[in-house]
Structure formats: structure tokens, C-alpha cells
Design a protein around this ligand. Structure first.
Ligand code: FAD
Ligand code: SF4
Length: 466
């Protein structure tokens, strides 16, 4: 180990599975580090006085400190430290867009290649668990309070973790039959295997958190009942209203909603009973066009490849540089055989009700002036129409909030976009109800949802005076 490790040992990610194997299997494509490679990579850290990586990480992980513990092979201590700031470290290590977060802020980006922080975060928990370590449950002294958490996604789990560690009795309610929210039912197994989420759910249960699944609040149990039985309620219900393109043909047979397609595929792979509202669709042998350029679009493209589609094309209205999807996932999709068409905007799905979609009419775009968020607006180039043949079209334009019909009767306010409104303590306009994650900030990331859930728990504890 030397001060110049960052030059002598270049950045190295763990090996990926062979592309041919990837194209057929719904399993994670990255292998894990072994101890020697992890130590070598961790030792590249410069231990900057003011670590930008920590600031950029939404949960402010103690990154240089746990990297040093890896170098010293003190992995149980590294795992303990990593769990102080993050409820789902092995999951964030796998699926955070690190190039935009911790690794994007690493000083070594200055020509040497960032420390591979995400893979090392994953390695710490995986290796510590393999050595028999379990998250420490300190001598919890019950504080006599009970909190109901609605939603077993990252926000709900983050909130439940902190409340439980503070001695609060926590029950997490979810309408789905398994814990994880989009970790289980949205994000495909080639990015995050379901066993990893199930293992985390078991660990949280061992720590004392109770889950009541297959229970939809507002249908199977009312919010009024929760407010009678618990001292406070946290809402972490996500965002589930699919954005549409509002062009002709979007309702034709063969045009699929991205999240419904992904959830149905996951339920099929998990061998759960079919859900009539989310029918399983196989795109085997079909020419598939996915409209959109975010993470959900990438997941649909790569799912269609694994289902055996004959061709898979992504049409996105801006250029590659301005795509919202993580660079890593765009590269993975390309390697697996996805074709990208940039600066293309759909104006119609062609087909008829009897035979379904036959293609997409696209127009070419160029980037014009920036919009309110600073992103350059795509402008249509006149006379640039073309038709792309397709048997199936997946619309992946992102999600709008989905406020529940019972918010109003409980005095829960939303903003002009339908996102739940809270103060800095994550308290809604009903003082006994708190909220966080995608339903508060709009659809975003796993790590930002975990962060909000954890901070909301602090708000709840303050409010309850414990
Ligand atoms: P969710 O994960 O949506 O969890 C909400 C939970 O609330 C669900 O389990 C739902 O069943 C439950 N619920 C809702 N209403 C009720 C009710 N009335 N009663 C009981 N339960 C209820 N982020 C990343 O960081 N990296 C990625 O690679 C990534 N890929 C993604 C891929 C896809 C396809 C999608 C859709 C999202 C992806 N994201 C990714 C975003 C990330 O998954 C979300 O930002 C995150 O899951 C939000 O967490 P949450 O807890 O707020 O909501
Ligand atoms: Fe990086 Fe995400 Fe881990 Fe933070 S939680 S260190 S952003 S991978």
C-alpha cells in the first residue's frame, strides 16, 4: 500500500457477466469484489480533508472512513459505520447512479478514475453478513410510542429503521405481498436481485420492525383507524401515475405502460399469482420500441432483450448527453443489443384496434433554448417525419404523483403538482402525519427516498417528544 496507489492501481470495477449470458438471464450482471481487489481499490482513496463524495452522497455516508476500514480488513466495523447513515447500503451500492453522486464528486475524477465507491459499499455489507455479522440492535429501551408506516419502499424502510432504533414500536403496512416497493416490483433483477431485498426485509424484521403486507391503506384499513391505533403515521407511498405523451394511437393494443410491464414481469418471475390489473406480457419475437430516456426506459429495453424480442430500439427526444438515464445503464443496454435513436420525438402510434400497433411516427428534433430547469428544449425539425416499424411500443415518460382520495378528509395538503406538502420536519398539514420519498419530492432515487424517510423519523421523534 502506498500513497500513490491511485496511480499504481487504476480504478477497476468488478467483472460483468458475459454479454450472451446477460441477454438471457434475469440475474445481476456485476460480480462482487473479492477481499484483495476490494482492499486495493479502497486504498486508492486520497482521504481528502473535506471529502466531496460524502457531501454529494444524499445520506452523507462516512465514505473515506469505511474505505480505510476495508484496507485494514475490519469489515464488521465498516458495516456498522455504513449502517449508521444508510438503511440499505448493499442496495444503494448496487443501484445508485454513482456517476452523478459520490463517484462524480471524487477528487480522482481529475484524470485518474474515481474510487469505485458503490461497489465497495456493496462489498462491505455482503462480506460482513457472510462473516456472520448482523446489524447491531442496541439495547433498545421502548419509548412507549407506536408509529404506523404506510409503504414498505425505501422511504418507509428508512423511516422504520430510525424509529425502531429509538425504541418506537413500528408497523409497516403495504398493499403488495412483499417488502421493497419499487426495489422489488419496479427495478428488474438484472440490476437488483429480489433475494437481496428479501434478505434486507428479514434483517429489519430481526431488528424488531413488523410488516403487515397485502394491506392497502384506504381500502383494507382506513387512515382513521391508523390514527386511532398509533401515535403518528408516516406516508411513503411513492408516485404511480404514468405520464402520457398525448399523441394519437397511445391507447392501441400493443402499446404498454412501462411500469405495468415491469411489475407484471417481476410478478411472473417471482411466481406470484397473476394480477388481472397487471397482465404479464412476453415480447418474445417482437420488434419493440421504447419511448423515453430515463432509468425506467432502460429497464424496459433490457427486459425486452431478455424476453427474446427480435429487435429493441429506444427513441429519445433529446441527445445522448441530455438523457436522464444513468450513463452506466445506457452503456449496459447498448452492450446488450439495444439500438438508440436520439433526437426523435413520437407524434403517433400507427395501427388499428383490430391488429394493434404497427409502428411509431417520429419527427427529428434539435435542442433549442433552455427551459425553467435549465434543460434545453427539443424543437421539431420541419419535414423530418419517419415511421419506425414496431409490434409493441412501451411508453416510459416517467411518473406524476398519485395523491390518495382520502388526503383531503384528513387535512393533508398537496402542491400544484400533486406532491404531498410538508415542513422541514417532514410533517404534513395534519400534525400527526408525516411523509417523504417520491410522493413528497416527485419520482427520484432510492437513496433520496431513504434519506427522507430517515429524516422524517427524526421529525416524528421530535414531535412525540422522545
Ligand atoms: P416506492 O418504492 O414506490 O414505495 C412505495 C410503497 O408504498 C410501495 O410498496 C406501494 O405498494 C406502497 N403503497 C402505496 N400506496 C399504498 C397504500 N394506500 N397502502 C399501502 N401501501 C401503499 N432509483 C435508483 O436510485 N436507481 C435505480 O436504478 C432506479 N431504477 C428505477 C427503475 C424503475 C423502473 C423505477 C420505476 C424507478 C427506479 N428508481 C431507481 C427510482 C426508485 O425506485 C424510487 O425513487 C424509490 O423506490 C422511491 O421510494 P419510495 O419509498 O418513495 O416509493
Ligand atoms: Fe454513493 Fe449512493 Fe452509496 Fe451514497 S448511498 S455512497 S451516493 S452509492
Amino acid at each position: 500500500m502506498s500513497y500513490f496507489s491511485f496511480i499504481e492501481d487504476p480504478r477497476q470495477d468488478p467483472k460483468k457477466l458475459d454479454v450472451e449470458e446477460r441477454r438471457e438471464a434475469f440475474k445481476e450482471i456485476y460480480n462482487s469484489f473479492d477481499l484483495d481487489s476490494a482492499k486495493l481499490q479502497a486504498d486508492r482513496c486520497l482521504h481528502c480533508g473535506n471529502p466531496y463524495c460524502e457531501w454529494k452522497c444524499p445520506v452523507h455516508n462516512y465514505i473515506p472512513n469505511w474505505l480505510q476500514l476495508i484496507v485494514e480488513n475490519r469489515l464488521e466495523e465498516a458495516a456498522e459505520l455504513s449502517h449508521q447513515t444508510n438503511t440499505l447500503p448493499e442496495i444503494c451500492g448496487r443501484i445508485c447512479p454513482q456517476d452523478r453522486l459520490c463517484e462524480g464528486a471524487c477528487t480522482l475524477n481529475d484524470g485518474y478514475g474515481a474510487v469505485t465507491i458503490g461497489n465497495l459499499e456493496r462489498f462491505i455489507t455482503e462480506e460482513a453478513l457472510a462473516r456472520g455479522w448482523r446489524p447491531e440492535v442496541p439495547e433498545i429501551i421502548p419509548n412507549g410510542k407506536r408509529v404506523a408506516v404506510v409503504g414498505a419502499g425505501p422511504a418507509g424502510l428508512g423511516c422504520a429503521d430510525i424509529l425502531n432504533r429509538a425504541g418506537t414500536e413500528v408497523v409497516v403496512f403495504d398493499r403488495y405481498p412483499a417488502v421493497g416497493g419499487l426495489l422489488t416490483f419496479g427495478i428488474p433483477s438484472f440490476k437488483l436481485e429480489k433475494e437481496v431485498v428479501a434478505r434486507r426485509a428479514d434483517l429489519l424484521q430481526e431488528m424488531g420492525i413488523r410488516f403487515q403486507l397485502d394491506t392497502e391503506v384506504g381500502k383494507d384499513i382506513s387512515l382513521t383507524r391508523l390514527l386511532e391505533d398509533f401515535d403518528a403515521v408516516f406516508l411513503g407511498m411513492g408516485t404511480y401515475t404514468a405520464k402520457t405523451g398525448d399523441f394519437p394511437g397511445e391507447d392501441l393494443p400493443g402499446v404498454l405502460n412501462a411500469l405495468s410491464y415491469l411489475i407484471a414481469n417481476t410478478r411472473h418471475l417471482m411466481q406470484l399469482p397473476p394480477d388481472p390489473d397487471l397482465p404479464y406480457v412476453s415480447l418474445s419475437g417482437k420488434r419493440v420500441v421504447v419511448l423515453g430516456g430515463g432509468d425506467t426506459a432502460m429497464d424496459c429495453l433490457r427486459t425486452a432483450i431478455r424476453q427474446g424480442a427480435s429487435s429493441v430500439t429506444c427513441a429519445y427526444r433529446r441527445d445522448e448527453e441530455n438523457m436522464p438515464g444513468s450513463r452506466r445503464e445506457v452503456a449496459n443496454a447498448r452492450e446488450e443489443g439495444v439500438k438508440f435513436l436520439f433526437n426523435r420525438q413520437p407524434v403517433e402510434v400507427i395501427g388499428d384496434a383490430a391488429s394493434g400497433a404497427r409502428g411509431v411516427r417520429l419527427v427529428e428534433t434539435r435542442l433549442g433554448e433552455p427551459d425553467a430547469k435549465g434543460r434545453r428544449r427539443p424543437e421539431i425539425i420541419p419535414g423530418s417525419e419517419q415511421i419506425l416499424d414496431a409490434d409493441a411500443v412501451i411508453v416510459a415518460f416517467g411518473f406524476d404523483p398519485s395523491p390518495a382520495p382520502w388526503f383531503a378528509e384528513h387535512g393533508i395538503s398537496t402542491d400544484a403538482h400533486g406532491r404531498i406538502s410538508t415542513n422541514e420536519q417532514f410533517q404534513t398539514s395534519n400534525p400527526r402525519i408525516f411523509a417523504g420519498g417520491d410522493m413528497r419530492r416527485g419520482s427520484d432515487l432510492v437513496v433520496t427516498a431513504v434519506d427522507e424517510g430517515r429524516r422524517a423519523a427524526e421529525g416524528i421523534l421530535n414531535q412525540l417528544g422522545v
